[in-house]
Design a protein around this ligand. Structure first.
Ligand code: DAK
Length: 257
């Protein structure tokens, strides 16, 4: 891994992936995106990992796809470039994924942030889809996820003007879960991750899958999917342990079984 720093147990049960192309503000070249995909695949298979935190640097989460790499490409080159199909594979990551965002989250960087399940932002974070300034438009889910996250009017404004929004505005419109001072965003993400890591990983995975269905299906189908996943939690030892612990007035010990 040339462009990533990975700590499988940054906290108990919590892995950290840090984008590490600082001079280029973590611009997403093909290799970096592939490395993120491969890292997530490995962490998905690692039973000791229950939650993953994805972060960049204090100055930039990621300033977008690498414009220098993309500038001379033809439509067919872009069509054949599997880089952002890779984002779809990242979206299929099964464990809870928390983005810890500071500085720029732009273009493909904003799209990458939006593939996370939750976002913790530093006060310095800025979110934007500035592709229109380059004569293009978001191509890795930006129009779809942004409109779902912040509503049509705000998404139109961001995508059509290319202007950035601040962390506080991102919080106000529902793009991020919380905003904290710049020195604390990673710690806050770990705090959130630790709370989730203490839960049943079986239930967490089924619940994440169910919430994601909201964006992929109609209500009736989504309700049906949710119910099936709910029943499935009763096949887990974790559900027995969670309810027994409640009755016995003790803390549950979830094993992911
Ligand atoms: N690509 C390449 N290099 C970048 C970059 C980027 N996106 N962003 C920044 N850098 C580089 C700068 O060129 C500079 O490098 P040097 O000149 O030092 O060699 C270094 O990072 C520091 O940047 P600045 O000197 O510009 O720093 P400032 O603080 O002055 O400005 C900035 C920071 C983030 C406002 C500015 O760098 C900026 O506007 N960056 C570009 C942001 C942007 O337009 N992002 C969107 C890119 S387009 C696809 C689907 C989706 C996409 C692609 C394909 N398919 C379906 C195939 C996505 C497209 C995009 O994301």
């Amino acid at each position: 891994m040339d462009f990533l720093l990975i700590t499988p147990q940054a906290r108990p049960g919590v892995a950290l992936i840090q984008l590490n192309r600082p001079k280029e503000l973590n611009a997403l070249n093909g290799q970096l995106v592939r490395e993120i995909r491969d890292a997530l695949q490995a962490l998905d298979a690692d039973e000791a990992v229950r939650v993953v935190v994805l972060t960049g640097s204090e100055r930039a989460f990621a300033a977008g796809a690498d414009i220098k790499e993309m500038a001379g490409k033809t439509a067919v080159d872009m069509f054949l470039d599997e880089r952002f199909a890779t984002l779809e594979q990242i979206r299929r990551f099964r464990k809870p994924l928390i983005g810890a965002v500071s500085g720029f989250a732009l273009g493909g960087g904003c799209e990458l942030a939006m593939t996370c399940d939750m976002l913790v932002a530093s006060e310095t974070a800025q979110f934007g889809q500035p592709e229109i300034r380059l004569g293009t438009m978001p191509g890795a889910g930006g129009t779809q996820r942004l409109a779902r996250a912040v509503g049509k009017a705000k998404a139109m404004e961001m995508v059509l003007t290319g202007e950035f929004i601040s962390a506080h505005e991102a919080h106000r419109v529902g793009l991020v879960n919380r905003v904290v001072p710049v020195g604390q965003y990673l710690e806050e993400a770990f705090r959130l991750a630790a709370r989730i890591a203490a839960m049943s990983p079986v239930a967490a995975r089924l619940a994440k899958e169910s919430i994601n269905r909201v964006f992929e299906t109609h209500l009736e189908e989504g309700l049906h999917f949710e119910r099936k996943n709910f029943y499935l939690t009763f096949a887990s030892e974790d559900q027995k342990e969670g309810m027994a612990a409640f009755v016995e007035k003790r803390k549950p010990d979830f094993k992911g079984r």
